[in-house]
Design a protein around this ligand. Structure first.
Ligand code: GDP
Length: 274
């Protein structure tokens, strides 16, 4: 979970870094385009040019994304989508991202931001390790901050801004657990799976079927976990199914998108959008 201390620290760090950039590239998990972007301190970015990047579209149910893209566009953001795991990141940054930011800057400096697990390090690390691309401290910007140049006029902060979503209801918490952005505590794991199971039964039964290697899912989430454990031979001593292991494995593979494409966010889930 996220503790107030973390949030305070992240917030002050981001505030310092924000002084050195003109733009912010905010990553969201396309499977939860709203829940993964319900920040507590949204106003931090209000003076910056902002792009919202729907990442992981390879594992998102694209037909559900139109509403969310239109929603962000209506709020004045530029919206892009990609799968950072599948594309050439350097070329995506120079050919798409750079061109989407307004052209008023001679040298564009951008912070990459987003909640945990949305792909920030995947993006930044792909540019690292190539010595010639590393520019170190640049005159005129905060000392000690490392920059990575993408091309002659475009640099990224090498420290991504880690944001924390505003978990103001359980549904958001469960969605964030299902996409792997929040590590569940105590019984949250089981509640998130119960939530996910009921959601899949209604909207994406094939996800459950795939998880059960082709078997039809049962009525109840607990029975589902038993079947899942049985399929994988997760047995504890005493010949019982290892439900704990089944839960962890199911969650991990689900968050990695192994069972199929999904979108968890629907406008009717949010009072504020009604
Ligand atoms: P960060 O916490 O925001 O820095 O996220 P990471 O860059 O560490 O990525 C979290 C996980 O998502 C890693 O396992 C990545 O391989 C995976 N990932 C990143 N981008 C994509 C994508 O476009 N598609 C899929 N399927 N996985 C991705």
């Amino acid at each position: 979970m996220w503790y107030p201390g973390h949030i305070k620290k992240a917030k002050s760090k981001i505030k310092t870094y924000l002084k050195t950039v003109q733009g912010v590239l905010e990553l969201v998990d396309a499977r939860a385009p709203y829940a993964s972007r319900a920040y507590e301190f949204e106003d931090l970015f209000k003076d910056k040019d902002r792009i919202i990047l729907f990442n992981k579209i390879d594992i998102a149910d694209e037909k559900q994304l139109k509403f969310w893209k239109d929603y962000y566009k209506s709020k004045g953001y530029k919206v892009l989508e990609t799968s950072l795991k599948k594309v050439s990141i350097k070329s995506f940054l120079t050919k798409v991202v750079y061109k989407t930011f307004p052209k008023k800057f001679r040298e564009l400096r951008v912070m990459v931001a987003g909640i945990p697990n949305v792909g920030k390090s995947t993006l930044i690390n792909s540019l690292k390790g190539k010595k010639s691309l590393r520019v170190g401290n640049t005159p005129g910007v905060t000392k000690g901050v490392q920059w990575i140049s993408v091309n002659d006029n475009f640099m990224l902060l090498d420290t991504p801004g880690i944001l924390y979503s505003d978990i103001y209801n359980k549904k958001i918490l469960y969605k964030l657990i299902l996409i792997g952005s929040v590590k569940p505590e105590d019984d949250e794991k089981e509640f998130a799976i119960e939530y996910g199971f009921n959601f899949f039964k209604e909207k994406y039964p094939e996800i459950l079927k795939t998880a059960l290697k082709g078997d039809n899912p049962p009525e109840d989430y607990y029975e589902f976990l038993n079947m899942f454990a049985k399929k994988r031979n997760f047995i504890k001593s005493g010949n019982e199914y290892d439900i704990e292991r089944a839960m962890s494995t199911f969650l991990k593979e689900l968050s990695d998108g192994k069972f199929g494409k999904v979108v968890y966010d629907y406008p009717e889930d949010y009072e504020i959008l009604k």
